[in-house]
Design a protein. Structure first.
Length: 328
């Protein structure tokens, strides 16, 4: 691919630093030779050093015995836990989940939701290897490198890689500009979820107060997903909240939920939508209903999704975060 060749030629970040590091290495041949006189020690000096070392070893052994006597069974249990979190685990894996994310639960939920944003369930192993490699390369780019990417003629899969990477760099305007053409694409990628992409675009347009443009995207949802009849009214309600009409938007959602009271996916989606809007109490109401429905349907996958989203909401509003029980 020509695009791939162009990208591979770009300078990687950090090359200068690597060169500086290499230039700073000492040459062993430059070290000064030690004279034989420096190494010619008197036997008497050696004997004194050996005596000192033996005394130090005895002191260290006594200190270790004292420490062993003072250790409690609780300390031994902690050592066992440390062994389980071996050096193979990254440092952050040894920090409790809540402590790592307690400072900003909103970002935690955003990361949870956005992890697979815009991607379908298609196995990437079924895609052309060059296309996957290019996608991964773009996802690792800096903002300066992204600006050099020529989007004309690139695949939807590569374009979405650029859009997502802009979003992760905090450049919402470039994300919107890059994403909009995907909704009218004639050659769609099986690896992308175009409805998910449209909904993410609606969210970012609303974030930028571009409500008329967001409404235009919502109007296309019927064509993108003709089988999902509730998608368009659901996001019209969400946009109403984002425009500042909170009461009206919540009322619209409540009416839709009443009409679809047995639709687990729909109720779970509303709960997650409200989490994204930081309406934690309202979100929890829908998520708890979704949990009950998932249990009654024995749908373990969606039960886990509902429990995960509910745990974010509960932590944010100060509820005790109890780990969900395993359902056999």
């Amino acid at each position: 691919m020509a695009q791939s060749d162009e990208i591979e030629s770009w300078p990687a970040d950090g090359d200068d630093d690597l060169e500086l590091s290499a230039a700073g290495n000492d040459d062993p041949d430059d070290e000064e030779d030690l004279d034989d006189e420096d190494l010619d020690l008197e036997d008497e000096d050696l004997d004194e050093d050996e005596d000192d070392e033996e005394e130090d070893d005895e002191d260290e052994d006594e200190d270790e015995e004292d420490e062993d006597d003072e250790r409690s069974p609780h300390d031994e249990e902690e050592d066992d836990d440390d062994d389980e979190n071996s050096v193979d685990d990254p440092p952050e894996a040894r920090i409790p989940f809540e402590e790592r994310y307690l400072d900003d639960i909103q970002d935690e939920f955003a990361n949870f939701i956005d992890d697979e944003l815009g991607y379908s369930d298609v196995d990437w192993d079924s895609l052309p290897e060059k296309e996957v490699d290019l996608h991964k390369e773009i996802r690792a780019m800096s903002k300066a490198q992204l600006a050099k990417v020529k989007l004309k003629g690139v695949s939807d899969f590569a374009r979405w890689a650029v859009a997502r990477t802009y979003l992760e760099h905090g450049d919402v305007a470039s994300f919107i500009e890059t994403t909009e053409p995907l909704l009218s694409s004639k050659k769609r990628s099986p690896a992308l979820d175009y409805v998910d992409i449209a909904l993410s675009l609606v969210s970012r347009l609303a974030q930028e107060k571009k409500f008329s443009e967001a409404e235009a995207v919502i109007s296309k949802l019927g064509d993108l997903a003709p089988s999902e009849k509730m998608l368009q009214p659901r996001f019209a309600a969400i946009l109403t909240i984002q425009k500042g009409d909170r009461a009206d938007g919540l009322e619209m959602l409540a009416k839709l939920a009443e009409e679809n009271a047995s639709d687990l996916v729909f109720l779970l989606s509303i709960g997650e939508d409200l989490c994204g809007l930081q309406l934690w109490d309202e979100a929890l109401e829908y998520l708890e209903i979704a949990e009950e429905l998932a249990r009654s349907e024995n749908n373990k996958e969606l039960l886990a999704s509902a429990q995960n989203a509910a745990s974010f909401a509960k932590r944010h509003i100060g509820y005790h975060d109890a780990a969900p029980a395993d359902d056999d």
